[in-house]
Design a protein around this ligand. Structure first.
Ligand code: ATP
Ligand code: MG
Length: 326
């Protein structure tokens, strides 16, 4: 206690020289001054550590994002270009005219979650741990079709609450293809251009929808391209996006059935191509390095042997993408 009192006097002396002029200054005054300065200090320390919806915590690191995708996303030139283009356009506009809505399509393990994670990492200092980054699995959160009216209310309240807290929020909806019928209509108004509730700006938000819809069709197309002897880099975005569009509109999935409302809201369809052996090898190497294993040709090949490739005869694309478990 004596030590604390002495410290208080020293602190108060440092900040208020009048107190020091008289060594018998009123003890209460010393304590009041000390408390006041301690309070101010506490506030600044707290705002330094607690995440806030401003550029201290939202850093829009486009160069880092581009670099990360360049170096660590394998075999997805279409996704890489699409993501960079649309994210940059959205962030560079002070007043975007609508929310950014990206719909990621591809087979399992091709990098849809992985890219969402990288985006979050370079837009928010806390990445996926940011309170402004929301990852939700349609299958897990909305498992029962009969509860859709309840889910609708919950989803609406959830989006409104989070956007009111921070307009620059990201919502990642995984397994969109398992979204129960009717629920998508709830999201639609927030994706629209002029939607405002109580003066809240809904246009700065980013929505990323992940689905395997059209994954098989993209794979078929990529195989045909490979079969014809064309380099993967020449796969045209327009062709693949048309495939996604055609497939999506012909599936029975409610997401795409409610498309009258939903389709115009999507800013871009982002295709994820099936991964080839060279890409999978690099994923295995990364995983081994991350786990501290020794990377040798033999160890990588021993993991490669466990992975199924398609088609059976040509063995071109990994059936599980880079979803390797070890
Ligand atoms: N193109 C890629 N380049 C580098 N690593 C990748 C790539 N695709 C996947 N990976 C690795 O594989 C892991 C699994 O991929 P991810 O979770 O992104 O698959 P997904 O496309 O979301 O699949 P699903 O549809 O099953 O959810 C990632 O965490 C990442 O480590
Ligand atoms: Mg995924």
């Amino acid at each position: 206690m004596q030590l604390l009192t002495a410290t208080c006097v020293v602190v108060a002396c440092c900040v208020h020289s009048a107190v020091c002029a008289d060594p018998f200054a009123d003890f209460v005054e010393v304590m009041t001054l000390t408390a006041e300065y301690a309070g101010r200090y506490y506030d600044s320390v707290r705002s330094y550590f607690a995440e806030t919806c401003d550029d201290r915590w939202i850093h829009d690191d486009l160069i880092g994002l581009s670099d990360h995708l360049n170096k660590k996303l394998y075999g997805q030139h279409l996704a890489q270009e699409g993501v960079m283009y649309f994210i940059a356009r959205h962030l560079q506009s002070a007043e975007p005219d609508k929310a950014l809505v990206l719909s990621f399509h591809g087979r399992t393990g091709t990098g849809k979650h992985y890219v969402s994670n990288i985006i979050a990492q370079h837009l928010y200092r806390k990445g996926l741990r940011s309170q402004f980054v929301h990852l939700i699995s349609a299958a897990r959160e909305f498992p029962h079709e009969e509860r859709v009216p309840y889910y609708k209310d919950r989803l609406r309240a959830w989006i409104e609450f989070n956007i009111a807290r921070c307009p620059r929020s990201i919502f990642i909806f995984a397994e969109m293809n398992k979204m129960p019928p009717g629920l998508i209509d709830t999201i639609a108004p927030y994706l629209d251009s002029y939607y405002t509730v109580g003066g809240v700006n809904y246009r700065k938000a980013i929505y990323i929808f992940l689905s395997t819809t059209a994954g098989d069709e993209i794979t078929q197309y990529a195989f045909q391209h490979w079969w014809n002897g064309y380099p993967r880099k020449d796969i045209s975005p327009t062709d693949v996006i048309n495939i996604i569009f055609r497939t999506a509109t012909s599936t029975k999935n409610e997401l795409w059935n409610s498309e009258m409302v939903y389709r115009p809201m999507i800013t871009a369809y982002i295709p994820f191509l099936p991964l080839e052996k060279s890409h999978v090898r690099r994923c295995i190497e990364d995983r081994m390095v991350a786990r501290g294993y020794l990377v040798t040709d033999d160890t990588v090949e021993s993991v490669m042997k466990e992975i199924l490739f398609w088609p059976e005869r040509e063995q071109v694309f990994s059936v599980i993408g880079c979803k390797i478990s070890f």
